[in-house]
Design a protein around this ligand. Sequence first.
Ligand code: GAP
Length: 502
Amino acid sequence: MNIEKIIDIAKKRGFIFQSAEIYGGLSGFFDYGPLGTIMKNKIENFWREFFVKSENNIFEISSRTIAPEPVWQASGHLKDFVDPITQCRSCKSMFRADNLIEEATGKFVEGTKADELTKIIKENRIKCPKCKGTLSDVRIFNLMLKTNVGPVEGTNAYLRPETAQGIFTNFKNILNSTRAKLPFGVAQIGISYRNEISPRQWIMRLREFNQMEIEFFFNPKKPEYPNFSEIAKKKLKIVTREEQKKSGKAVEMTAEDAIEKQIIPNQWMVYFMLKELDWYQQLGLPVEVLRHRHMLPEETPHYSKGNFDMEIKFDFGWKEVVGNAYRTDFDLQTHMKHSGKDLAVAEDGEKIVPHVIEPSFGLDRTFYGILLHCFVEDKKRGWDWFKFPAKIAPYIAAVYPLVSKDGLPEKAKEIFNSLKGCFGVFYDEAGSIGKRYARADEIGTNYCITIDYQTLKDNTVTVRDRDSTKQIRVEFKKLPEIIWKLTNKEIEFEKAGKLLKD
Ligand code: GAP
C-alpha cells in the first residue's frame, strides 16, 4: 500500500490539495479539487440514499457551523472536549501526549489522566520526536475553536466540533414540523472543526473536516428494532473489550449473539453497525479491512451505554472512521436543563425523553480509505489505477475519437453531448488512445467509449472495460441503457455487446 504514490496522484489529478498551498498551507486543512469534489458529492449522495432516503423515519437537516457559548456549555464541550498536550522544552513543538506515548511504547493510553501521562513519559524517557529535547508536563487543551460574532466586542461563539448538537438544539422544531413519532432519526451532513494538537496523516486528522451523522431517537422502554429477526443471523467482526486485553483480534459474531451476550447494548445499534459494514463494502472496501472495536471503559463517555468504533485498516494501522455511540438521553436532558425548554415527547399518555443511538461518519477518513483500498498497482498494464465502484467514480465513462481527423472528433462530440445528461462522462482527444486509456484508468473511469471509422458507417462504438480491459462493440444509441445495466450489475460486460478479440 503506497500512500505516497496515492497522495501524489490525488494532487496531480485534482482529488485533494493542501489548502492555501501558495502561502505555505495551514496544518490540518485540505481542499477537494475538481475530481475530489465530484467524488465527495457522490459519496454524500450515496450515504443520503442509503441511510436517509431508504428509511421512512429519518429526516435530514442542515444547521449552522457556529453556535453561541451556552450551547457548548450545555453540551459539555467547553469543559470536557479536551486532549492532553505536551511541549518540547527545546524546539517548542506541541504533541498530543497520548499519541506520543502510544507511538513510543505501543501501549494504548487514550483516556488516561494528565498526571499519569506525565509519569509515563518520564518513566519511559520519551523525548521530542523532532529534536530529542525534553518534554514538558502534560496539560489539558480544549479543542474548540472560538470566534466572536457581531461588531466590536460581539457575542462569544464557537465553531461546532460535531454536527450532532445542531440536531439536539433543533429537536423540538423538528418534532413539531414533521409530527414524527418515536422511533425516528435526524441526519446531517456538514463541516465540523476541531483545533487538533497535531493534525497528521494527510486527511486523517484535520482541523476542518466533514461529518455525516444520524441521531436516532427511541423510547427507552421500547428499545427493540422491529425487524430484528431479519438481521439476527448477520455477522459482525468485533474487537471485544476482552480481546483487546489479549490478542487484539476481532471476533466474528452474529447480531443476536452480540445482543444476547450483552456486548452491544441495543438492537438499533446493531442495525446501524451492520448497515455501515454493508455501505463500506459497496464503496469498494474489502470486508477484511473493516471491523468494529468496542471502546474501553476509560475511553467511553460517562453517559454512554457503549461506544463501538467502526475501523478501517489503513497503511499505518486500524483507525476509526465511524463512531457509534449509545448517548442515552444525555444531550436532550442537558439542553432541557440549560435552556429551560421542555424537549420531552408525549407518547402513550406519558412524557418521555428519548434515548439516542448515534452513528457518526467521518467523510474525509472514508475518502482516504476508498483511495487506499481501490488503488491498483499494475505492472502488467504499465500504470496504476483506481477501481472505484461506478456509484462514486468521478466519471463513469470517457468518450474518445480514435484520431483527431476525418470527422471523428465531430462524431465523438455529438455522442459525448448525447450522453452528458445520462451519466458522468468526459471528452478527450489529446494523445494516443493508449495514453488516454491510462489517464482514464488513473482517475477510476469505468468505461472508455471510442469512436472510429466504423462508427461513421454503422453507428457502432467500442466500449472498453476498466477492470478487465476487454472491449465490446455496441450501437451507440443503446449506450445509455447498456451503461445503466452494467453499472447496476444487471448484465456482464462480455455479454453486453459483441466481444472483440484482444
Ligand atoms: N458526534 C459524535 C462525534 O463527533 P467522533 O468519534 O468524535 O464522534 C466521528 O467523530 C467521526 O468524525 C470519526 O469517526 C472520524 O471519522 C471523524 N473525525 C473526528 N475527528 C476528526 C478529525 N480531526 N479529522 C478528520 N475526521 C475526524
